[in-house]
Design a protein around this ligand. Structure first.
Ligand code: IDP
Ligand code: MG
Length: 139
C-alpha cells in the first residue's frame, strides 16, 4: 500500500548550523506539505530507541551520541508518493555519493552527520511519525 505521508528529522548538525529554514524551503519547494513539526532534544536512550533496528551495526553508538548531541526538528510530510519522492530529495546516506540538488549534497558533513532523515517505507513512516507525534489526523 502506498500512503501520501513520510517522516523526517532535520538532524543536530543542520539545526546547529542554522539551516532549518533553508532545508524546509527545499522541502516545500519540492511539493511537500508540513503536516506536523516540532523542535526537540533527544536523550541518548530515546535516540537509541528510535534507531533500534541499527542496534547491531558498528556505527550505532556514534549515531545515538550524535542524534542526542543537540536539538532536532522532526516533521511529518505529505505529498503523493511521499516516501520515495522524499528519499530522492534527501539523496544518498553518504554525502560524497549524494546527487546534485539533494539536501544531503548541500548540507551533509559526513556519513553520520548527514543533515536529515527520511523514512524508508510507508510502514516505517507511520511508526517513526508516531514516535514523535501523538496524533496527526486533525492536521
Ligand atoms: P539513511 O538515513 O539514509 O536511511 P541508514 O542506513 O538507515 O541511512 O542509517 C541511519 C543513519 O545512521 C544514517 O542516516 C547515518 O546518520 C548513520 N549511518 C549509516 N551508515 C553509517 C556508517 O557507515 N557510518 C556512520 N554512520 C552511519
Ligand atoms: Mg534509514
Amino acid at each position: 500500500m502506498t500512503t501520501n505521508r513520510t517522516f523526517t528529522m532535520i538532524k543536530p548538525d543542520a539545526v546547529a548550523d542554522g539551516n532549518i529554514g533553508a532545508i524546509i524551503a527545499m522541502i516545500e519547494e519540492a511539493g511537500f506539505r508540513v503536516v506536523a513539526m516540532k523542535k526537540v532534544l533527544l536523550t541518548p536512550s530515546l535516540a537509541g530507541k528510535f534507531y533500534e533496528v541499527h542496534a547491531e551495526r558498528p556505527f550505532y553508538n556514534d549515531l545515538c551520541a550524535y542524534m542526542s548531541s543537540g536539538p532536532i526538528v522532526p516533521m511529518i510530510l505529505e505529498k503523493d508518493n511521499a516516501v520515495a519522492d522524499f528519499r530522492a530529495l534527501i539523496g544518498a546516506t553518504d554525502p560524497s555519493k549524494a546527487e546534485e540538488g539533494t539536501i544531503r549534497k548541500r548540507f551533509a558533513k559526513s556519513m553520520t552527520a548527514n543533515a536529515i532523515h527520511g523514512s524508508d517505507s510507508d510502514e516505517n513512516a507511520a511508526i517513526e511519525g508516531s514516535f514523535f507525534f501523538a496524533s496527526t489526523e486533525q492536521y
